[in-house]
Design a protein around this ligand. Sequence first.
Ligand code: SF4
Ligand code: SF4
Length: 430
Amino acid sequence: MFEELDNPAFKILASQCIHCGMCLQACPTYLVFNTEMDGPRGRILLMRAAAEGRVTPGESNDILAEHLGRCLACRACESACPSGVRYGTLIETVRVAMETHRSPGALERFVRWLAFRQMMPHVGRLKLVACLMWLYEAIGLQRLFRALKALPATLGAMEAILPPITPRYRDYRKPAPAIGERRGDVAFFIGCIQEAFLSQANEATVRVLQRNGYTVHFPAGQTCCGAAQLHMDEQELARELARKNIDAFLAGDYAAIINNAGGCGATLKHEYADLLKDDPVYAERAKQFCARVQDISEFLIDHLHVPPQGEVRARATYSDSCHLRHVQKVIRPPRELLQRIPGLQFVELGQPDRCCGSAGVYNIVQSNTANAVLDIKMADIAATGADLIVTSNTGCHMQLIVGARRAGLKAQVKHVVEVLEMSYRAMGEQ
Ligand code: SF4
Ligand code: SF4
């Protein structure tokens, strides 16, 4: 029996599904497997069965692990559902319950300890790894390993998502001053993987904010957002990280706390308050923190004081980050920002809300399914004829680089702010 699910609140949530099937065509894994249990409706039935004791931990846990494990938690079904079923809450609750009844082996425990505690909260260590990976790419080892397919499955999947690395890092000890007329002060959430492996997106974010009159602060003591830890049932660690971030960012008076990764932003903005609701010291502070968090495109759409006037001659399409679209509901701003750039021809995807298959560590632990989901996305992208694929989340960014390579596309992948910065640079500004 999953005691964790045997409560009225969960059962009520799960019973809100009226089995209409409106969500099925929105579900990437349903489209890949074409089976009911790999779509939201079937998964909700499985969850109800678990809550009612018809599927129990142990042997029959396998059926849950198989079908719920394949869920990307992209929440496209939630946006498509006319009954307002909160699928995201359901799947998170069930996954935590399943983790409670699972005993990971020594190797898995070690990898989790290494990734969640020793690496992600320490961006300096991640940068060191990124520099080593840059060397690995620069001296041609990457080409050799890829040609020989010499790495074992999981390591090979990790290697496959390694983006081209430019290990150029800003010194975050000093604020970045506003350029031109000063409009205010904002704080920037640096993140972990994004800063180490895609630092050009962070740099462009800072530059675009400066160009629009904002002094950008980088509060000391900030750390990884805790999203990965939270979704892998490491709640206590996620709380520790959340408290550190809240202390760091509430120490100053900023117009907004800006982040540029859809996945991190969803946790910072929508999960900290719930995570710390029973903490007598942090419950209120968490709410204050969440209220100030904004995605960079959400902030810029209202604060783009200096219009980008340099031409960017490109045909661009935009692939939504699931967490930015379905959780943060930031859909219009990135598109509008791109449409303001002279010379840039914006082409909407046929299915812009479809997940790319990145989904946290999904593309490492379930690489075959992730690639099948990615190939559907890339066919949609290829049909637009775009030479610029724009996104706004670290995992999507890396996954779309893999996708372009798999599909043989020459298109470049960039964050929205990188494209804005290209336009500002073309204006001949500093
Ligand atoms: S979260 Fe995504 S993958 Fe999971 S059931 Fe919903 S649409 Fe399908
Ligand atoms: S759209 Fe909503 S109500 Fe309909 S089957 Fe999907 S989850 Fe259930």
